[in-house]
Design a protein around this ligand. Structure first.
Ligand SMILES: [Zn+2]
Length: 86
């Protein structure tokens, strides 16, 4: 009984008092804020993005690489797609 109620109380305290501090190092919130960079083959004409996993998910969208432009940034999740010559 005691242990259960104590756990509940400390959990609520964490969420209310310092959500950012408790998340900054360990949970995936920080990773969600940092845009991913996706490298695609140099002969790729278009890329498909649906935000991938979890909270960043969004309807699937396709982006074309404009002529002479080797990068595309997803307007939904800020992922950056870069064509690389390798
Ligand atoms: Zn996206």
């Amino acid at each position: 009984m005691n242990a259960f109620s104590t756990d509940t109380a400390s959990c609520e305290n964490n969420q209310v008092k310092m959500p950012e501090k408790s998340c900054s190092g360990t949970c995936s919130a920080s990773a969600l804020n940092a845009p991913e960079i996706i490298h695609v083959a140099a002969d790729t004409d278009s890329v498909r993005c649906d935000g991938g996993h979890g909270a960043l998910g969004h309807p699937a969208v396709y982006y074309r690489f404009d002529e002479g432009v080797d990068r595309v940034i997803c307007g939904y999740c800020d992922r950056e797609f870069i064509r690389s010559a390798s």
